[in-house]
Design a binder for this molecule. Structure first.
Ligand code: ADP
Length: 197
């Protein structure tokens, strides 16, 4: 039999902007409030190597970053070539990845392993859209930020969107191992789970 849906694990990181704005407690509260279980939690100051190994290097992923700039620029009527010197997704994506490295190493981050029913999609739902300006109110990004690629790229930086959350269970396994290494992932029963048993 496949594993119980309650056993799904995901990874969430409070990025430097979330830590520096004092939003750690609020973000933890939101995760716990929906019934997700935090099974590991730690503050770390990431090295460039750790961040470089965290974000994919594939052409497809880098182009996707560039596409996010192009989509935002198109939405607000900005010209990527005029502002950033290129409108090629791969080149834009490479620029963005560089800014992301600077941002993610600029202050400590808080990392968490989270367990619970549909943990991966629940945590992505709580986080909201990558671009905070497009994230619905009620989500972490939508409630506490108003950034977008249009502002960030003009200022030659990554979008400040408070959290990173794994997209798939495979990515979560990889990220938990990458960031926690040999640290223990704890487990315990949440009393509210017992209501459903
Ligand atoms: P998500 O974090 O929502 O999974 P991505 O994996 O696409 O989003 O991007 C990784 C991170 O890179 C984002 O969270 C954001 O901080 C930053 N980012 C993505 N696209 C852009 C962009 N076009 N300009 C600036 N920063 C970006």
């Amino acid at each position: 039999m496949s594993k119980h849906p309650r056993e799904e694990l995901t990874f969430l990181m409070i990025k430097p902007d979330g830590v520096r704005r004092g939003l750690t407690g609020e973000i933890v509260r939101r995760l716990e409030q929906v019934g997700l279980k935090i099974v590991a939690l730690e503050m770390q100051r990431p090295s460039r190597k750790q961040v470089d190994e965290h974000y994919p290097k594939s052409k497809a992923w880098i182009e996707r970053l560039g596409e996010k700039t192009l989509a935002t620029y198109a939405k607000y009527g900005y010209d990527a070539k005029a502002e950033l010197g290129t409108a090629q997704p791969a080149k834009l994506g490479t620029m963005v990845r560089g800014w992301l490295m600077n941002f993610m190493t600029s202050a400590p981050v808080v990392i968490m392993a989270i367990k619970g029913v549909h943990a991966v999609s629940m945590v992505r739902k709580l986080a909201g859209n990558t671009m905070p300006a497009d994230a619905p109110l009620g989500t972490i990004r939508g409630d506490f930020s108003v950034d977008s690629a249009a502002v960030a790229n003009r200022e030659k930086r990554a979008v400040y969107n408070l959290v990173h959350a794994s997209e798939t269970e495979g990515e979560a396994r990889h990220e938990i191992k990458h960031w926690f290494g040999k640290s223990v992932i704890h487990d315990y029963g949440r009393t509210d789970d017992e209501v459903f048993r």
